[in-house]
Design a protein around this ligand. Structure first.
Ligand code: PGA
Length: 253
């Protein structure tokens, strides 16, 4: 996959279909001159079909926030990769800390989902990150190592995976890791991928940061060594903040 800068908006369970469509309509007009940064909207499932039509002819792309690994079956409430693929979804967020912590998502499931997505030529946005207690007890690297090893088990084409480092304590809290911490962790993640695969393959993997990225901190974060872009929650819901973040990333792309 071509290495480039990403700004991905994770809307979580926000915006109805009509709210989402008018937001994207406004944003895509503002983003006409953005061509070096890949902007991806990840709305709730209910908006995917209409939003795909709206994004046709723009440079922005579409992502979902989860999927099931089976193609079909008796799994009430779930949506499969083939269903997403038919809609024209290109990316899927997986292993987000809210899924891990609120819905008991396990490393093995995340691994099966990554395998299923790659089989459908969809791009997994594979989220990893430590909790506050894990950070304070000095086990960040162990936690990330375990998440990477189990999430990527038996995956051969790692270059088609985007990794998002999202410290759990930074998500939606207004706290964010500082540049020194982020640089150190991103380096560690890339080294780990290099050990599991090769230098060449690890260099193809985009590693994003997520956790309270906002218009005030985006410039110092994008200048941090090893940061290939961002996964944005709260600040992706408002035109001004999302636009400011994208323009800043574009400036340094
Ligand atoms: P936040 O969320 O930007 O609101 O901290 C990030 C995320 O959950 O991906």
């Amino acid at each position: 996959m071509k290495k480039q800068k990403y700004v991905i908006g994770n809307w979580k369970m926000y915006k109805t279909l009509s709210e989402g469509l008018s937001f994207v309509d406004e944003m895509t007009k503002l983003l006409l001159d953005v061509d070096r940064t890949k902007v991806i909207f990840c709305p709730p499932y209910t908006a995917l079909f209409e939003m795909k039509k709206q994004l046709n002819g723009t440079t922005c792309e579409l992502g979902a926030q989860n999927c099931h690994w089976e193609n079909s079956g008796a799994f009430t409430g779930e949506v499969s990769c083939s269903m997403l693929s038919e809609l024209g979804v290109q990316y899927v967020i997986l292993g987000h800390s809210e899924r891990r912590h609120c819905f008991g998502e396990k490393d093995e499931w995340i691994n099966k989902k990554i395998q299923a997505l790659l089989a459908y030529k969809l791009v997994p946005i594979f989220c990893i990150g430590e909790t506050l207690e894990e950070m304070e007890s000095g086990s960040t690297k162990d936690v990330l190592e375990h998440q990477i090893e189990s999430g990527l088990r038996d995956i051969s084409n790692v270059g088609n995976v985007i990794v998002a480092y999202e410290p759990v304590w930074a998500i939606g809290t207004g706290l964010n890791a500082d540049s020194i911490q982020i640089e150190r962790v991103h380096k560690f993640i890339r080294k780990k991928i290099e050990k599991l695969y090769s230098i060449r393959e690890s260099e193809n993997v985009s590693i994003l940061y997520g956790g309270s990225v906002n218009p005030q901190n985006v410039e110092s974060l994008i200048l941090t060594q090893g940061v290939d872009g961002f996964l944005i929650g709260g600040a992706s819901l408002k035109t001004e903040s999302f636009y400011h973040i994208i323009k800043t990333v574009e400036q340094y792309s």
